[in-house]
Design a protein around this ligand. Structure first.
Ligand code: PLP
Ligand code: COI
Length: 354
């Protein structure tokens, strides 16, 4: 049975919180819109999704999410143009990736129409929450977690799929200075690094805290085996420009297959920029920094969009990146955000009108 948008039960909030929000000075992911979508999995199937006022949820202390961390999530953004039309960016790719993540964590896959129809209905209801200020958007967090009870270490028989939305500004407040990690690992072969699993982020917090204490903002993850290859930047994929070539590592079971990453690769190629998807060593990046051929490094992700890296630390030494007038980061950021916000043509068919 298909649950069309019109079938979704909607319980409207009695009052709105929107007047308390300063849309000109939004932080990232701290205030939440009036409603959320909730869909339960029980008795072996996903039940009809419901939209209800944004509110806390009650869980049993034995809920498996607390003990075994069965949880996956996505990150998306909604934009509004001058005509108040609402747009998403490649949303079906988020739905597909949610299911890829779920499968790895033994969570039942969610049908497309629950995700898409639920999301569209929620965005229509909370459309006033989509900021129009440049650089801001409605950050959307779809997530699934094990809500069934029991201390037995086995998959839950009940889950909750929720979509919550937060009007948000930039993810990073200023420059991003990174530390290339030599000790800790984010993921390993055969592990869950390719999944957007909550536990992947929990495992990053401690090494990232250590990097912050040393004056960096973010860790650059290297491969778990040798720590010689550059893999990802915290919650972003990473791009490195040496001379005029843009390099990014190939995806693997250790790296998240970022939607921004693959869009940047296509956009850069269309702009005539040489793009090399290949493994890149720390050694090569350090050498390029020393001989002046390292022009740019930037992180790419939904939350952070494109975040230029101002410098990196490695093995006790700090390297600054040059300040470029016409960086690939700034031109590609403009290209991608113009497509996302309906300010330019979309030759790739990525924009999705809600
Ligand atoms: N890598 C990690 C670990 C992330 O958490 C994210 C954020 O979503 C990304 C990369 C970028 O992926 P996307 O561009 O699909 O948001
Ligand atoms: C995103 O870019 O959407 C992410 O999921 C990153 C998040 C961990 C803040």
């Amino acid at each position: 049975m298909n649950t069309a948008v019109s079938d979704i039960e909607i319980i409207k909030a009695k009052t709105t919180k929107i007047n308390d929000v300063d849309f000109e000075h939004l932080s990232f992911g701290k205030t939440f819109s009036d409603h959320m979508l909730v869909c339960d999995y029980k008795n072996g199937k996903w039940q009809a999704p419901k939209i209800m006022p944004y509110q806390p949820i009650t869980l049993d202390p034995a809920a498996k999410i607390f003990h075994y961390g069965q949880s996956v999530f996505e990150g998306m953004k909604a934009y509004k143009d001058d005509n108040n039309d609402i747009f998403l960016f490649r949303p079906l790719d988020n739905w597909k990736r949610l299911n890829i993540s779920s499968k790895r964590l033994a969570i039942p896959e969610l049908p497309e129409h629950y995700f898409m129809d639920g999301l569209k209905a929620l965005l229509k209801l909370d459309s006033d929450w989509i900021p129009k200020t440049a650089g801001s958007s409605l950050y959307i967090r779809p997530f699934i977690f094990a809500s069934g009870n029991g201390f037995h270490a086995s998959p839950s028989d009940e889950y909750k799929f929720i979509i919550a939305c937060a009007p948000s500004g930039s993810y990073f407040a200023g420059k991003v200075k990174v530390l290339i990690e030599e000790t800790y690992s984010r993921s390993a072969n055969g592990g869950v690094g390719f999944a957007k699993a909550g536990g992947n982020y929990a495992g990053q917090f401690y090494p990232t805290q250590l990097a912050i204490e040393k004056g960096y903002n973010q860790v650059i993850w290297t491969d778990d085996n040798t720590h010689e290859y550059i893999e990802e930047a915290g919650a972003m994929n990473i791009f490195i420009r040496i001379n005029d070539t843009l390099i990014t590592g190939p995806t693997s079971d250790r790296i998240l297959d970022g939607i921004t990453r693959k869009s940047i690769i296509e956009l850069a190629k269309a702009e005539g920029i040489a793009v090399d998807v290949r493994k890149i060593t720390v050694h090569e990046v350090v050498n390029a920094a020393k001989n002046g051929t390292l022009k740019e490094m930037f992180g790419a992700g939904t939350a952070a969009v494109i975040s230029p890296i101002s410098g990196f630390g490695y093995h006790g030494e700090d390297f600054d990146l040059p300040k470029l007038e016409n960086s690939y980061a700034s031109s590609l950021k403009k290209k991608i955000t113009d497509i996302q916000t309906n300010k330019s043509k979309d030759p790739f068919g990525w924009r999705y009108k809600v």
